[in-house]
Design a protein around this ligand. Structure first.
Ligand code: ADP
Length: 194
């Protein structure tokens, strides 16, 4: 059985995590942020060390271990009952992050909508990331060079995922709006099918 899924998609700092947390609090929605799954690993864990190595350089972790870790995490949360695939919509944030990951997850995800958090002004993204660096204790947000690298890699590697899913599924949201207005825009699309 495929997981019924909505994807939160956009550059680092576009606000996917903020919206994902809110949506995940609505009954029958389950938020899963791939970056959080990585950050919950410890340095004793081999993949935790690999993650630190890549993320501190602003690079993506290789696809195989990423997708495997993500699968293990979702299965574990299904077992504990936090995620109920029969009832819940998965709100996915941070994965798939390139077309190959999208291909690897083709048989796992039933993607109903992709919310593309568009931000025309990269400086705005940089400012948001720098602000959250201390707040969230994220080393990858503290260094301007690393931020720039992530934004470049987003353009090169991640943005093509939009073409994988195609225009029928992709809804562009103006991520420079206030969080409440972004939420309103997302909810107005989600509730169209209710
Ligand atoms: P952001 O959206 O601000 O980049 P995330 O928490 O989504 O923050 O990701 C942090 C880091 O975790 C990424 O820079 C990358 O190194 C790694 N990562 C997260 N998700 C993936 C993924 N699907 N594939 C590869 N690397 C990932």
């Amino acid at each position: 059985m495929k997981y019924r899924t909505i994807l939160l998609f956009g550059a680092p700092g576009a606000g996917k995590g903020t919206q994902g947390k809110i949506l995940g609090n609505i009954p029958k929605f389950y938020h899963c942020a791939c970056g959080e799954v990585f950050r919950n690993l410890t340095i004793e864990n081999e993949l935790g060390r690999i993650f630190l190595d890549y993320s501190s350089r602003g690079e993506l972790v290789p696809d195989e271990p990423t997708v495997q870790l993500w699968r293990e995490n979702i299965v574990a949360n299904t077992r504990t009952g936090r995620f109920d695939p029969g009832q819940d919509t998965l709100v996915l944030d941070g994965i798939p992050r390139n077309p190959n990951q999208a291909e690897m997850l083709r048989d796992t995800l039933d993607v109903r909508a992709v919310f593309y958090f568009a931000c025309p002004d990269p400086d705005k993204l940089v400012k948001r990331l720098q602000r959250r660096a201390l707040h969230d204790n994220r080393l990858d947000d503290a260094n301007l060079e690393v931020i720039r690298r992530r934004l470049e890699n987003y353009e090169l590697e991640t943005r093509p995922v939009l073409e994988f899913y195609g225009p029928e599924l992709v809804h562009q949201i103006d991520s420079t709006q206030t969080p409440t207005t972004v939420l309103r825009d997302i909810l107005s699309i989600i509730t169209r099918d209710e």
